[in-house]
Ligand binder design. Structure first.
Ligand code: R5P
Length: 266
């Protein structure tokens, strides 16, 4: 189906002319509370905004902590309703209606789906409804293939299933995890894929290698959080990730860039 201008325009604000994107994920508080290094959202987010192609957050942090004259496109998280100390992270609903995303001038909305859980139906129908509403107003929908606390679910078989279902229900972009045999996930998903970083990895090089592999195996970019802002040098980190996503840097080149930027800071 030919997309209307508004939809195309919004997607082009997220996925850059080179077909790639570095999204900055700072929505963690919606179920984790004051996550380490994101305790004061404005302090963490503001310095990184110039280097992010978009920023993914909730309406509360957007209104309280982001200047309205920012030029960084907003990807608004619209699902939630659960917490890390509650019974099940999968029991999410829609927290923010699409009309509010329009009022906030969002470039896209994002929601999680929890395939294989007792709540898969409600989260998948939420996705479907959000796509229907999004289509009618020109708002792209990013589906996050969430795994809740079960991080071991991040294998190609499960993620390929979740990503394909998200695409079938109409998601315009899908966010998933990098995994072994990632090409299987990419091949089965007919819409652009971005990867989350997941919990902070042991070294910067681990994050650069994961980014590089994901891009080379077909992801259009990253929607990364903790591996950027939980690092002691978040700006060098996001710039180094950008060099892989946008400038064809190898993990080693990204690491050299990280080290030199980090050195300059001191
Ligand atoms: C997704 O549902 C989370 O809220 C984060 O947006 C996502 O996990 C990306 O952040 P990180 O790179 O820290 O995993």
């Amino acid at each position: 189906m030919e997309m209307d201008w508004g939809m195309k325009n919004r997607i082009s604000r997220i996925i850059q002319p080179d077909g790639r994107t570095v999204m900055l994920a700072v929505d963690h508080g919606y179920f984790l509370g004051p996550t380490s290094k994101l305790e004061v959202p404005r302090k963490t987010i503001e310095p990184l905004l110039p280097y992010a192609d978009s920023v993914m957050l909730t309406r509360g942090v957007l209104r309280s902590s982001i200047r309205a004259d920012t030029s960084t496109p907003i990807v608004l998280r619209v699902s939630g309703g659960t917490s890390v100390i509650g019974e099940s992270l999968a029991n999410e609903g829609i927290t923010t209606p699409i009309v509010e995303a329009l009022r906030l001038n969002a470039a896209a909305v994002a929601l999680s789906i929890f395939v294989g859980t007792p709540h898969e139906r409600q989260t998948l129908l939420s996705l479907s409804n959000m796509v229907t509403e999004g289509q009618s107003v020109g708002m792209p929908v990013l589906a996050v293939t969430a795994v809740g606390k079960e991080l071991e679910k991040r294998d190609a078989r499960y993620l390929a299933l979740s990503c394909r279902i998200a695409a079938e229900l109409g998601a315009h972009v899908v966010k998933t995890y990098y995994c072994d045999n990632f090409t299987k996930v990419v091949e089965g998903c007919p819409v652009p894929l971005v990867i989350a970083g997941g919990p902070k990895l042991e070294t910067e090089m681990d994050a650069f290698k994961m980014t590089y592999s994901a891009i080379h195996e077909g992801a259009v970019g990253v929607d990364m959080g903790r591996n950027i802002w939980q690092n002691d040098n978040p700006i060098p980190m996001i710039k180094a990730v950008r060099s892989i996503v946008h400038d064809k840097a190898t993990p080693k080149e990204a690491f050299d860039l990280f080290k030199s930027l980090k050195g300059k800071k001191k």
